[in-house]
Structures are given as structure tokens and as C-alpha cells.
Design a protein around this ligand. Structure first.
Ligand SMILES: Cc1ncc(COP(=O)(O)O)c(C=O)c1O
Length: 450
């Protein structure tokens, strides 16, 4: 029997050459009309030269329903044309010859390119990144593998999304660690960075090992001061041995690609996100990043399909290799989506992360100012950009959020959402696919509910 590790490099070279010949590896970022689009077989947008400096051209890359203001597009991405084109190319390869295309070195190579693209984007090393299918998978992998023991404490907040809440609960059940939950603010609209840091500081004990926090709360739109919390932990951890240090674990879903920040800017130990929200990357993609020291506190829980893991298996040794490799769940995936991640990063980078963040900030301020002027609307998200990002939550007097969302879309062609929490609000997310005119339209629609 032939050794797969011996044979895959040859396959990989052939594949690489084939794809490069097809233009996929050349990084071309044009609006290719690449087969079926997202909306029930509708074609991707008609071919037009993509100009990343022109917001109209950016919007034209998305096959989103026209005449609808998409304020919920950030929840699950619509694929822009370059992402659709990359997925289609990979899909064609997999469909034509799944064994040759989908096994072994092809995945090592294209997943490695995905890691490299993400690492460049967040300013880290590729081998510190584990690829996942969603933020929830990343959150489960992260907390499920953290080295904890009875008596240890996981400190979290009452503002987390279900995935973190459930993952820390499961980890506590398995290890005997305790979960303690604090509120970082009482009234979200009045949330202040200093107050949030002070509450974290007051809650940390000698038993705290993990701080499980979300960068931008999807229930209220509050953005926590991650960097200041990281600075606080640096002081707390200075006198502790490595296994006793508090790890700052951040669910970054609604800050990632909405704010222009690298991992260095944030200072967290672990950062988890999906890439199918504000990045508008392929649906079913995400990652976990950790510092080398943080990964040393993590145990792999799903067999990885990485080269070092296979080599360990072949030689009868425990798997070695980089933490990001080992923490990436193995098995076959919707590879065409994962491998298309570089196209999404390239698309976003071409527009410019700082420009995207500025666009979101400008529209958010415009929307908040408009909503704040309506007597029947209570803004839940703070006005200040220091403690908010692109998620804007509000309540309408006498109306359930679901009813508001229904009327907005039916009567005004404005797509918002109701937050999926026990305490629920109407939520808007201005992004690269919305315009200032659509923000005005959303405010007019909310005014008409009076
Ligand atoms: C704060 C937060 N974290 C995580 C998730 C889950 O993300 P994913 O769908 O990628 O698992 C959500 C909701 O979509 C969320 O609002």
C-alpha cells in the first residue's frame, strides 16, 4: 500500500498548478459572474469592474435583494462575488474529482493559505490559528479543552450569547470548576468603560482562571474595553504561576471586521469568531486564535487531520505540531467554503479595514441620532463609539420587537432583527452593504411606528 504522506505532495503540486492556471491563486479580485448565487440559484451580480474605493461598487458585489435595506446582513453573510467565484472554483474541482482534490495535501495547502490570510489580517502567526465552521464551534472547542480543575473559577457575564453560556456550563460540569456570572453594567445605554473594568477587577479572585467575555454584546450592542481588561489582567497575572493565570477569552464575533483591530490591539489570550458575519466570508467558517502561552493551557478535544497529527499516528507517537493545526477539528468539511477564506480577506483588505470600520461608525452614529430623536423609541445601545460598535439595539414603546421587525420589512422594506435573548430588542447593523440613505429610510420607518 502506498503511503499517503509520500503521495500527496505530488498531487498538491498538480492541483496548485491547475488552480493557478485557472486564475484562482493569482489573487485576482474582479467581479466574476461565477455560477449560481445565494438566492435560490439567482446569478451572482453581473460582471462589472470592482472598485474597492466606491461603496456603490462594493454593494454591487453582493447578490442581495435590491430595494431592501439589509440591516441584518452581518448576522450570516451574503457572499460577495469574489467569494462566490472562489467557492465555485473549488467546488468544481471537488465535484470533478473529490478524491484527488479533497484529500490530503490539497486541504493542508489550501487550509494553510486560509490561515495565512487570517494571520496577516489579525497580525498573528498562522500556526496560532485553528479553523472552525462557526464561532459556536470555536467557543465549544476552546472552553471544552481548557485545562481546569475542581475549585477553579470561570468568570463570565450575564451579557454573553448562548454559545458561551452553554460552553462554560458544560466545562464546569466536566471539571468541577465553578462559573460565576457578573453584570458589567446595569443600564446598557449608560455603560462606561471604566465601570466595566472596575466590575471585572472587583470580581476576580485567587481562584479565577478564565475570563469568558464577548467583545460586542449582541443583546445590547455594548462594546467592552477589551484592551483595558487585558491590561488589568496583566497586573493580576504578574504575581501568578502560568497555570494559575487568568486567561482572557473573547467571543469577538461582532467586533471582528467591524472594528479595525489586530490581536495586539486587543491583548486577549484567546479570540474566537466566525468569518461569516462582518467579514462577509464564506458561510460555515470561523477560527480560534490563541497566544502560544494560552494554547499551552488547552487540550485538543477533536482529532485533527493535520500533517503532524497524521505523522504521530503513523509513528505511534502522540500528535505534535503547532497548536492551531492540532486544535483544528479534522474530518472532511465543506472545503470549498473554508478554502475560499483568502478571497474574503482579500476583498475586505482591498476595501480597507479602517474604511469599513469608519463607514460602520458613521452610519451607526447617524442611526443612533435618528432613533434618539423618536419619542416612542428607547435606544439601548450607548451613543459613544468608545463602548459601542455596529450593533444597535432599541425598544419601541408598546410593541414586541418581533412585531416591529415584521412591520419594518413589510411596510418599509427595512430588514432588521429581534435579538434572540430572553430580554429582546430590535437590532440594526449598518455595514458595508448599507448606505446613509438607507439609514434615513430606517429612521423614517421607525418614526412611522408611532
Ligand atoms: C455574540 C455572539 N457570539 C456567537 C454567535 C454565534 O456565531 P456562529 O453562528 O458563528 O456560531 C452569535 C450569534 O450569531 C453571537 O451573537
Amino acid at each position: 500500500m502506498t503511503d499517503p504522506v509520500e503521495t500527496v505532495p505530488r498531487r498538491s503540486l498538480l492541483l496548485g498548478a491547475a488552480l493557478a492556471g485557472g486564475g484562482l491563486l493569482t489573487g485576482a479580485c474582479t467581479n466574476a459572474n461565477a455560477g449560481a448565487g445565494a438566492s435560490g440559484g439567482a446569478p451572482a451580480p453581473a460582471s462589472a469592474k470592482f472598485d474597492p474605493r466606491d461603496w456603490t461598487s462594493v454593494r454591487a458585489q453582493f447578490p442581495l435583494t435590491p430595494n431592501l435595506a439589509h440591516f441584518s446582513a452581518f448576522m450570516l453573510s451574503s457572499h460577495p462575488a469574489p467569494v462566490t467565484a472562489a467557492i465555485t472554483k473549488f467546488r468544481q474541482g471537488l465535484d470533478a474529482n473529490p478524491i484527488e482534490f479533497g484529500m490530503g495535501m490539497a486541504d493542508f495547502e489550501f487550509s494553510s493559505q486560509a490561515r495565512q490570510a487570517l494571520a496577516k489580517y489579525i497580525g498573528t502567526q498562522p500556526n496560532e490559528i485553528a479553523l472552525t465552521d462557526s464561532a459556536t464551534m470555536g467557543i465549544g472547542l476552546l472552553y471544552g479543552g481548557l485545562a481546569l480543575k475542581e475549585g477553579d473559577e470561570i468568570l463570565t457575564t450575564s451579557h454573553e450569547f448562548y454559545s458561551t453560556y452553554e460552553a462554560v456550563r458544560l466545562r464546569a460540569t466536566a471539571t468541577g470548576a465553578k462559573v460565576r456570572t457578573i453584570r458589567l453594567y446595569d443600564d446598557p445605554a449608560q455603560a462606561k468603560a471604566d465601570q466595566m473594568v472596575a466590575r471585572v477587577k472587583a470580581a476576580i479572585t485567587s481562584k479565577t482562571r478564565v475570563l469568558a467575555m464577548t467583545w460586542v454584546h449582541s443583546i445590547t450592542g455594548v462594546k467592552i474595553p477589551v484592551k483595558q481588561i487585558a491590561a488589568l489582567l496583566a497586573t493580576v497575572n504578574a504575581g501568578r504561576r502560568e497555570p494559575d493565570r487568568v486567561l482572557l477569552c473573547v467571543d469577538g464575533v461582532h467586533g471582528f471586521a467591524a472594528e479595525a483591530a489586530t490581536m495586539k490591539d486587543l491583548g486577549a489570550d484567546f479570540f474566537v469568531t466566525s468569518t461569516h458575519k462582518w467579514l462577509f466570508g464564506p458561510r460555515g467558517t470561523g477560527f480560534v486564535w490563541g497566544t502560544p502561552a494560552a494554547w499551552r493551557r488547552h487540550r485538543q478535544i477533536i482529532p485533527s487531520f493535520s500533517m503532524p497529527a497524521f505523522q504521530g499516528w503513523f509513528t505511534g507517537q502522540p500528535p505534535g505540531g503547532a497548536p492551531g493545526d492540532l486544535a483544528t477539528p479534522g474530518g472532511y468539511h465543506t472545503f470549498e467554503h473554508r478554502w475560499a477564506l483568502p478571497a474574503a480577506v482579500e476583498f475586505h483588505t482591498a476595501i480597507g479595514p479602517a474604511r469599513v470600520a469608519e463607514q460602520i461608525k458613521t452610519q451607526s452614529e447617524q442611526l443612533k441620532a435618528g432613533l434618539a430623536g423618536l419619542r416612542h423609541v428607547r435606544l439601548v445601545t450607548p451613543r459613544s463609539a468608545e463602548v459601542s460598535a455596529g450593533v444597535i439595539c432599541c425598544a419601541v414603546e408598546g410593541m414586541h420587537p418581533e412585531a416591529v421587525v415584521e412591520r419594518l420589512v413589510k411596510e418599509h422594506q427595512v430588514a432588521a432583527a429581534a435579538t434572540p435573548y430572553r430580554e429582546t430588542y430590535v437590532r440594526f447593523g449598518p455595514s458595508m452593504v448599507t448606505t446613509s440613505q438607507e439609514v434615513d429610510k430606517a429612521v423614517r420607518a421607525m418614526a412611522a411606528l408611532a
